[in-house]
Design a protein around this ligand. Structure first.
Ligand code: GLN
Length: 221
């Protein structure tokens, strides 16, 4: 049966698998007991009756320009633009660039869903790839963050919440159903950022009144 898997304990998360670090996301989700579905065509995002085929989607890191080349075929970009407006989506690095409303350095097309401005390849050559361990808004202490030719978020809109920063610039942000990281959480053993995304998906399937605070951000009882 092609039922939308919406029961909180049986989530299926799609991973855009056109290019980039999609396998590592699949591995992390598998360790968390979550079913994954690699998405390579627009059809795979929806069931035959037009409902989303996955509870949430990850757009991985890689090369946003290359991903765009694939997305510009078969109307995939338009379909994905609609999809991310209604279904929880997590973009990492190149995925964050694709989600951003405004992309600079150079400017390029995007899904324009997340109210941020990103500057691509914003870190100088020597520090363009680095691993930091820094505090975040997530419970559980400092978080390892792997940056690879990362973009810099230079503006966040009023609806955007910043959950971690690097040198004063946001590196992990959330807005409604959308989560974005300019680093690669799938390359660290710590699965808290993926867990946060799963919490966001679960909150999406619960009444609005329960969505105010994500479960993983609730203070310990
Ligand atoms: N520099 C890449 C881009 O502009 C992003 C790098 C990454 O995803 N690690 O798309």
């Amino acid at each position: 049966m092609n039922e939308k898997p919406s029961t909180p304990n049986a989530l299926t998360v799609g991973i855009l698998a056109l290019q980039g670090a999609y396998e590592a996301h699949a591995k992390t989700l598998t360790t968390l007991g979550i079913s994954t579905k690699l998405i390579r065509t627009p059809d795979e995002l929806f069931t035959p009756d037009g409902r989303p085929s996955v509870d949430g989607l990850i757009i991985p890191g890689g090369e946003s320009t290359t991903m765009l080349k694939f997305l510009e075929r078969n109307g995939f970009l338009d379909i994905l633009t609609t999809f991310v407006q209604t279904t929880p989506t997590f973009g990492t690095c190149a995925g964050a660039i694709l989600l951003a409303k405004d992309v600079q350095h150079p400017a390029q097309t995007s899904l324009a869903a997340l109210d941020i401005t990103v500057e691509r390849n914003a870190y100088g050559r020597q520090i363009d790839s680095t691993i930091l361990v820094a505090p975040t808004e997530l419970p559980g202490g400092p978080l390892e963050m792997v940056f690879i030719r990362a973009p810099r978020i230079t503006r966040t809109g009023p609806e955007v919440e910043t959950l971690a920063t690097r040198d004063g610039f946001p590196v992990l942000v959330r807005q409604g159903n959308l989560l974005a990281a300019t680093f690669h959480p799938e390359l660290s053993a710590d699965a808290r950022v993926h867990q946060l995304f799963l919490d966001l998906i679960r909150a999406h399937t619960t009444p609005i009144s329960d969505r105010i605070l994500m479960p993983s951000l609730r203070p310990a009882q």
